[in-house]
Design a protein around this ligand. Structure first.
Ligand code: SF4
Ligand code: SF4
Length: 376
């Protein structure tokens, strides 16, 4: 792993895209410095105290934007994840417990967190409680798009649906809307008992646990006959794309081809827009959606002139375990994101983590929701 950062030629391209560096102006938090430090620490773990190494490991949003532009394949999120794995602390334990053992508590704790008055939120835990409250997303959006005609592209085809943990445990309305759309497309939806995609654990340094989830999910897909796999969370989709636990290269290719963003599957659907549709909407582009973001293309097509704002390079500031490790540093990142969305009455996105963060931090009067909430 450490050898990956040896390839760095100090070109500085990654400095332009790192949301943490851009929001704080601190180059020591940027990818170039981080890759160098990670390499030193992974090669010589005694160079920093356990506490300092764990603190450093917490200072990355894991957005992957630096990796996307690096011509030398320096993979900072993976280096940071390796460092987190080598220096686990209470925050990463808490994150792991939350992701693996507490999912049935997500919905009640999200609602309870929303009831805690600001004055009782400590400086350190306050931002995390806010994001937790944002998971349930409040009352949600009023649907304003009605599908009126479906293409035959998927009619009779077998499909699995990977809903993701947030839809399974908190946002049942996303799952209902997704199933309704797939039903309209005439797809034969197969039952599939998937686990978490594992990307949250992988980024936090729990490689073995994350791999076990990947293997279990690939088994479900194999047992179903390797059909198309529809997904409506950008982070889950990125996590599923990164799986590397296949029997052969041919199977890995088949897996990659089977992954189907739901917004791509519904591109041919005709929608009618109701009179309650907001006039000014914004779209938050999740970092993990990459360059060709199908959700954005779908919304641009169906919303037309009503889509007045979109983030492009701005991260929401969620940052997984970083939200616990350094909440003060994620806030300027989040503010820049809202600056880019200024003027939108409703903000849509397609990533469960971004939506939790944006719901928690939305300016007064601005509503936030998954694009699936717009479909009635
Ligand atoms: S883009 Fe890659 S090679 Fe260039 S400075 Fe960043 S890590 Fe190094
Ligand atoms: S993963 Fe994101 S936050 Fe972390 S160093 Fe790279 S660009 Fe910066």
């Amino acid at each position: 792993m450490a050898e990956l950062s040896h390839n760095c030629i100090l070109c500085g391209k990654c400095l332009d895209v790192c949301p943490l560096l851009r929001a704080t102006g601190r180059e020591e938090l940027g990818p170039r410095a981080k890759s160098d430090l990670c390499r030193v620490l992974l090669e010589s773990p005694d160079r920093l105290s356990e506490e300092d190494a764990a603190r450093l490991a917490g200072l990355c949003l894991g957005c992957g934007r630096c990796r996307e532009v690096c011509s030398q394949s320096v993979d900072v999120p993976s280096l940071v994840a390796a460092l987190r794995g080598a220096h686990p602390d209470f925050k990463s334990w808490l994150w792991k417990t939350w992701l693996t053992r507490a999912r049935r508590l997500w919905s009640p704790s999200s609602k309870a967190a929303g009831l805690i008055p600001d004055r009782f939120r400590t400086e350190r835990l306050g931002p995390m409680l806010k994001t937790l409250a944002g998971m349930s997303g409040g009352p949600g959006l009023d649907p304003f798009l009605t599908p009126v005609a479906f293409p035959d592209t998927f009619r009779g085809g077998k499909l699995l649906l990977f809903a993701g943990c947030t839809a399974n445990y908190v946002q049942g309305r996303w799952l209902t809307a997704a199933l309704r759309l797939l039903d309209g497309l005439g797809a034969d939806i197969l039952p599939g008992d998937f686990q978490c995609c594992g990307s949250g654990l992988k980024g936090a340094g729990f490689a073995d646990e994350s791999r076990a989830m990947a293997e279990a999910n690939v088994r479900v897909w194999r047992q179903a006959g390797r059909p198309r796999l529809a997904v409506f969370c950008a982070s889950c989709l990125a996590g599923l794309r990164a799986y590397d636990c296949f029997d052969s290269e041919a199977e890995a290719r088949q897996w990659a081809e089977s992954l189907l963003p739901l917004s791509k599957a519904v591109r041919g659907v005709e929608f009618e827009t109701a009179g309650n549709a907001p006039e000014r909407m914004g779209y938050h582009h999740p970092c993990h959606a990459g360059k060709n973001d199908p959700d954005r293309a779908f919304l641009a097509a169906v919303l037309g002139d009503r889509l007045v704002r979109a983030t492009d390079t701005q991260c929401c500031g969620f940052g997984g375990v970083m939200r616990l490790a350094a909440p003060g540093l994620t806030e300027p990142v989040n503010r820049k994101c809202w600056d880019a969305l200024a003027g939108a009455e409703v903000v849509l996105s397609g990533c469960s983590a971004c939506l939790a963060q944006l719901s928690a931090t939305a300016p007064q009067g601005v509503r936030v929701g998954h694009w699936l909430e717009t479909v009635g």
